[in-house]
Design a protein. Structure first.
Ligand SMILES: C[S@@+](CC[C@H](N)C(=O)[O-])C[C@H]1O[C@@H](n2cnc3c(N)ncnc32)[C@H](O)[C@@H]1O
Length: 377
């Protein structure tokens, strides 16, 4: 067994948790690869990784309500509060580190000048990088709004790539839209993957070179053209309700907000009534089990206040099936490289505490899978 995989006996996490899927005896005994989650929010990435067969080994989240949701679903973990206060001693050795650092300073939804990575919130990326330098996990995953690509005319994105490359990571990215992952929500996010000292890994993970199975003909047609999904509506035209076939992207907003954000996504009725989506509907649009975002206890105020917290956290979350898809590909990559490295004698795991190549890693030149010239911070 590898040094960093443990035999895990996991009791059902929570009798009522919709993600609990233990064996008939209620216990599962499995050695699973570990993932450490940073900026965990309500655990969209974590749940995706767990569904793909990973074990969540660490969570870190500053918001009290989000921590309460996390604790309801992962009662064995005590989420760290503030990434700024964490040291590498807090992070158990994990094959994968994942997180979506706060996007407020790079998001186009801000409609004004964007502070970018100099901002207090999005600048927390550097705290993640500080820990990365001491941990050097095999694979890292970062999620953010697509606005990260254009913040400061691309310079911020260049800094992210350069920082990871300087630590020894081959880096790749892909913009994925949740609507292609089984949920009716158009949500574009950029997913950045880093593989330690491996320039091919990110592309192996993020881009499918394999053909799907079936009897596709090489000269087959592309099929029917799709009409714009935004024009397609579903529902009973006489009684309602009527909803767009694909919802607009959910944003972090409050239950009382009457501005443009929620009014993009609404449910209408032929008699002229309209309503906003309910939290449970937002959970479905993000691929979470129903009522996932209910907090653990009643200390968060009345129903309106709790709805606001739920909308806000759901608007910030990673769509679970997107996380699961990436996690499945990371898992396949880890398996494949384990076999590849066993054949060449290269180490399978790199942990800072026993990794003499940290210095070497810092000098390592990023393989050219990203085409940017060097950008000075
Ligand atoms: C974009 S959200 C991540 C959402 C998450 N991926 C999910 O699926 O729910 C960023 C998260 O970072 C958290 N955060 C902000 N500052 C933090 C800090 N100093 N330490 C830890 N977490 C922080 C925010 O509360 C927020 O939940």
């Amino acid at each position: 067994m590898e040094a960093n995989s443990r035999l895990v006996v996991r009791a059902p996490t929570n009798g009522s948790s919709p993600k609990a899927n233990g064996s008939a005896s209620g216990l599962t005994v499995k050695a699973k690869p570990a993932m450490a989650s940073f900026f965990s929010g309500i655990g969209g990435i974590d749940l995706g990784f767990e569904r793909a067969g990973f074990r969540v080994a660490l969570q870190c989240e500053i918001d009290k309500y989000c921590r309460s949701v996390l604790h309801r679903h992962w009662p064995d973990l005590q989420p760290h509060k503030n990434i700024k206060e964490m040291t590498n001693a807090d992070v158990p050795v994990s094959e994968v580190w994942a997180g979506g650092f706060p996007c407020q300073d790079v998001s186009l939804a801000r409609m004004g000048p964007r502070a970018g990575l100099r901002g207090k919130k999005s600048g927390l990326f550097f705290e993640f990088a500080r820990l990365l330098e001491g941990g050097l996990p095999r694979v890292l995953l970062i999620e953010n709004v697509a606005g990260l690509l254009s913040s400061h005319k691309g310079r911020d994105f260049g800094i992210v790539l350069r920082t990871l490359a300087d630590l020894g990571y081959g880096v790749g990215w892909r913009v994925l839209n949740s609507r292609y992952f089984g949920v009716p929500q158009s949500r574009q996010r950029v997913y950045i993957v880093g593989c330690y000292r491996d320039g091919r890994g990110p592309a192996e993970i993020l881009f499918e070179s394999e053909r799907r199975q079936g009897n596709d003909k090489a000269d087959g047609s592309d099929g029917k053209k799709t009409v714009s999904p935004f024009k397609e509506v579903l529902g009973d035209p006489l009684k309602g309700p009527i909803v767009p076939a694909i919802a607009y992207c959910l944003y972090a907003c409050s239950a009382r907000h009457t501005g443009t954000d929620w009014s993009r996504n609404y449910v209408s009725y032929p008699d002229g009534r309209a309503r906003r989506l309910m939290p449970i509907e937002c959970e479905r649009l993000q691929g979470f089990p129903e009522n996932w975002t209910l907090p653990e206890n009643g200390e968060f105020g009345d129903a309106d206040r709790i709805d606001t917290l739920r909308y806000y956290a759901l608007g910030n979350a990673v769509t679970v099936p997107v996380g699961e898809w990436i996690a499945g590909r990371v898992r396949a990559y880890l398996e494949k490289t384990k076999i590849r490295n066993a054949a060449t004698g290269a180490p399978h795991s790199y942990a800072a505490e026993n990794n003499p190549s940290v210095v070497l890693a810092q000098k390592f030149q990023a393989p050219g899978i990203w085409p940017l010239a060097r950008i000075e911070g």
